[in-house]
Design a protein around this ligand. Structure first.
Ligand SMILES: *[C@@H]1O[C@H](CO)[C@@H](O)[C@H](O)[C@H]1NC(C)=O
Ligand SMILES: *[C@@H]1O[C@H](CO)[C@@H](O)[C@H](O)[C@H]1NC(C)=O
Ligand SMILES: *[C@@H]1O[C@H](CO)[C@@H](O)[C@H](O)[C@H]1NC(C)=O
Ligand SMILES: *[C@@H]1O[C@H](CO)[C@@H](O)[C@H](O)[C@H]1NC(C)=O
Ligand SMILES: *[C@@H]1O[C@H](CO)[C@@H](O)[C@H](O)[C@H]1NC(C)=O
Length: 441
């Protein structure tokens, strides 16, 4: 294991210089801490992913039912990346809503091969994203992305795809670095929004003027999005990387423990439990609030998105690959697998809890494995424009966490739309079964 920050980690100036930057600058430090605090690194390695997602309906006897089942189910988790001549769904140089540091082509990334792959699930086809299908299914609705910079990354991918068919109007913007934004597609009365909430629960982020560690209240939802849940029809939660940072956890008004808090007299408890509790709190809050008002909601939880730092994170090629991994080349293991497993388990528990109400649909957006296979999809040094314009420097910052737009993250939205589409087919069929007359007209 190479120490990515050897000799610099304690340098105050390095830390100080990095703090103002976005989260990706901090991640390597967090990873570094992880490597040296193995208590937070349980060694379970479930490389066989469960196939039993709820949208895989149980097999049925008659072929008619089987056909219906086939139309409404698919396991998107397992599959492979295959060459695709069609290329990206949008042109990154013409979409106006890409965060600069993820706009790889306009920052001079020279290889474009990473744009010509599509995810092929093992049991079904994943169609190309059709914006008109989205507009049809989501008309008069509000879809919100809630979480960290990965939620934002996915949201910006969606906006770029949709903008090829209809222009979004930015109707609201608040917070430093555009952390809270809302767009409206007037043509179909669709609202798309993003809420910054890297823990989903109430938290105070570490800062120069604030605490030295993040502070998380694992049993209290973050009302910056929680208060708006009444007005949301589809919510996509996406968290993970922020939990790797040093933090103190509170529950029931007292300290539960901490993750990497030397100097404080708290028990080290790692971060897995805190993340589990945070997800539990978020899902419970959504179910209670939306279940009680009777309007229903579609809830997605995007699973952990693996990073791909290789060797030294501040050298030119920290994630230098230009092709996806082959199937046998990479298995899901370690922290990536553990983070995903917590998310899958909490979503399954929430589904059981949601059964007491009508109209609540919950699904995991299981992107961990397919993302793990794409070491080629990150900005790397192209998080900055033309990083090698004046030759190759000794040190460059790399982003091997977020995804270039366009890029592999577009696939997450393809799956999101497919699940919504299949839910719609399913509920239309159920309605026509209950009201056979309606089916005829
Ligand atoms: C998942 O499905 C497989 C068959 O596809 C079955 O053998 C297994 O028992 C199921 N596991 C759970 C937890 O339902
Ligand atoms: C349903 O899907 C299974 C597996 O992909 C396939 O073997 C079967 O023929 C399909 N059935 C129908 C009716 O399409
Ligand atoms: C994207 O659009 C620009 C401007 O219209 C064009 O010059 C460029 O070739 C396009 N790139 C791709 C990959 O289609
Ligand atoms: C537009 O959608 C919102 C929900 O997002 C709904 O409350 C409102 O009534 C819709 N407006 C029209 C004119 O249908
Ligand atoms: C640390 O906590 C333990 C147990 O709560 C307590 O006994 C001890 O006095 C504390 N030490 C300091 C330095 O506060």
């Amino acid at each position: 294991m190479t120490n990515p920050l050897k000799g610099q980690y304690h340098s105050h100036s390095l830390t100080k210089n990095f703090l103002p930057y976005a989260f990706y600058a901090l991640l390597p430090i967090a990873l570094f801490r992880m490597y040296f605090h193995p208590f937070s690194f349980p060694q379970s390695t479930p490389d066989q992913l469960p196939h039993n997602n709820s949208y895989i309906l149980t097999s049925s006897s008659s072929s008619k039912e089987e056909e219906i089942a086939n139309e409404t189910r698919c396991d998107y988790t397992n599959g492979k990346w295959v060459h695709d001549k069609m290329g990206p769904l949008y042109n990154g140089t013409t979409c106006g809503t890409i965060k600069d540091s993820q706009n790889c082509i306009s920052h001079g990334r020279p290889d474009l091969g990473y744009l010509y792959w599509r995810w092929q699930p093992s049991q079904c086809k994943l169609p190309r994203f059709d914006p008109n299908t989205f507009f049809h299914l989501l008309s008069n609705k509000h879809i919100a992305f809630v979480g960290d910079s990965m939620a934002r990354n996915q949201l910006e991918s969606l906006l770029c795809i949709l903008a090829t068919a209809s222009n979004p109007n930015l109707v609201y913007r608040d917070g430093e670095d555009n952390k809270f934004r809302r767009w409206h597609f007037t043509s179909h009365n669709i609202t798309v929004s993003v809420f910054w909430s890297p823990f989903l629960v109430r938290g105070v982020e570490k800062s120069k003027t604030g605490p030295d560690q993040n502070e998380l209240y694992v049993d209290t939802v973050d009302e910056r999005w929680g208060a708006d849940v009444d007005h949301i029809d589809t919510i996509v939660l996406s968290i993970g990387h922020w939990f790797l940072h040093p933090a103190v956890y509170y529950e029931g008004g007292s300290v539960l423990g901490c993750h990497y808090c030397p100097g404080l007299n708290h028990t080290e408890i790692g971060f897995y439990d805190a993340m589990r509790k945070a997800i539990k709190t978020a899902l419970k809050t959504i179910i209670e609030r939306k279940g009680a008002n009777g309007y229903g909601i579609d809830v997605f939880l995007t699973t952990f998105s693996p990073s791909h730092f290789e060797g030294e994170w501040d050298k030119a090629g920290a994630c230098p690959k230009t092709k996806p991994y082959k199937e046998e080349e990479k298995i899901l293991e370690g922290m990536d697998a553990d983070m995903r497993a917590i998310e899958v388990e909490e979503m399954e528990a929430a589904k059981v809890n949601a059964k007491q109400f009508d109209g609540l649909k919950l699904e995991i957006l299981d992107v961990t494995k397919l993302s793990l296979m794409r070491p080629d999809g990150h900005p790397g040094p192209y998080m900055y424009p033309f990083p090698f314009a004046n030759g190759v420097h000794e040190r460059v910052q790399n982003d091997c966490v977020h995804w270039c737009l366009p890029g592999p993250i577009d696939t997450w939205n393809q799956i999101l739309l497919e699940v919504i589409r299949r839910w719609n087919i399913q509920s239309t069929r159920e309605e026509s079964k209950e009201h056979p007359m309606l089916a005829r007209f």
